[in-house]
Design a protein around this ligand. Sequence first.
Ligand SMILES: Nc1ncnc2c1ncn2[C@@H]1O[C@H](COP(=O)(O)OP(=O)(O)OP(=O)(O)O)[C@@H](O)[C@H]1O
Ligand SMILES: [Mg+2]
Length: 398
Amino acid sequence: MFHRNPKLFIAYRTALRFYLRALPPHDVSQAGKLGIRALKCGLETLDLARLHEEVLIDILSTDSPVHHAELIRLAGSFFAEAIMPIEGSHRVAREKNIQIQAAMNELRKRSQELVAKNKELKKEILHRIRMEVALKASEATTSKLLKESLHFQDELRSLSRNHFQMQEEDRKIISRELHDVVAQTLTGINIRLTALALQTHANSREILKNIAITQRHVEQSVDVVHRFACDLRPTVLDDLGLIPALNAYLIDFTERSGIASKISAFPTVENISDEEKTVLYRVAQEALVNIVRHSKADHATLTIRKRNNILTMKIRDDGKGFAINAPKSGTNKLRLGLLGMRERVEMVGGKFLLESSPGKGTTIQVKLFLPLEQTDISAPPSSTNMQTPDPWNASPFC
Ligand SMILES: Nc1ncnc2c1ncn2[C@@H]1O[C@H](COP(=O)(O)OP(=O)(O)OP(=O)(O)O)[C@@H](O)[C@H]1O
Ligand SMILES: [Mg+2]
């Protein structure tokens, strides 16, 4: 007797007996239902086979042995149907197993890939760390080089400041020497020549003629010496100030070049330091030389204004102008005028600006940042048109 599940045993026996006694065609649906029930009860293939065997022995024991072979064959069909749900569940499990196996294989493959990627990542991280270290080292070198170059720049600036200062001092001395000694000596010679001419007898016409010629040479030399002294360093700049010096320079500029010029400036500009005055004078001088040499202008104006604590000197011409960023063509000559102007201005902490374009003239601007106590702009600007002689510091001489 199938002792594990007697109810199932009885149900199976009833169904099989009914199946064996029924006339063909045999209905196997009951076998299928019993198979599902057996599966739900937790029976495996072997368990159901054992149940079937026990039930069959039980049935056959009550039947005539003549029919046994036929009954066993029919019972086999019944069993085949009953076992189907259990077999089916095994198949599903097998398929699931296959799927899990495939998933595990995939997982294994992925984790291998991950390990490989991890290795690569570690290599990359190491590489990056090395690069970072190298970068930091190069950054340190660059910043060291930058510091050094800034230091050299400072040194260069201080050297060129010293150079300009010494140059100004030398010019001052030479100019004074020329003006006070050489020119005076020449003037003295001239006076002596005049006296000599008066003392010479009337019949010495040849001597008189020669004296007159010599005197003319001497006078010309005096002129040249004065002009040279003035160009070197106008004594008027130190003795009377910036505006008279610029005034004198512009009168001479107009006389020599034929370019009409005009100046307008605030008298309080004289309060700035001597060094700043020299810078303004030298920039104006260089800019005016450029106007004569390059601009073909009809007019030049020089203005000095103050707003708040900023002093602005502008030198403008209405000449042909030039393309500031155009590559330098032609001669290999060094062009130092504009560079020198900028250098001088920056040396005193100022700003140098250049505006020009072909056909539009040229404007040079110098901005000096004055201490606050110098920002008094109460005095009105002085304005002079150099075409009309100016009573205010009229002498073009130094
Ligand atoms: N006012 C101006 N009008 C037209 N062109 C100008 C003017 N000022 C300067 N330039 C142009 O700018 C160039 C550079 O001027 P910069 O004063 O630096 O040199 P340079 O006058 O040629 O030589 P130097 O070194 O003797 O001064 C000039 O050669 C000229 O072409
Ligand atoms: Mg120049």
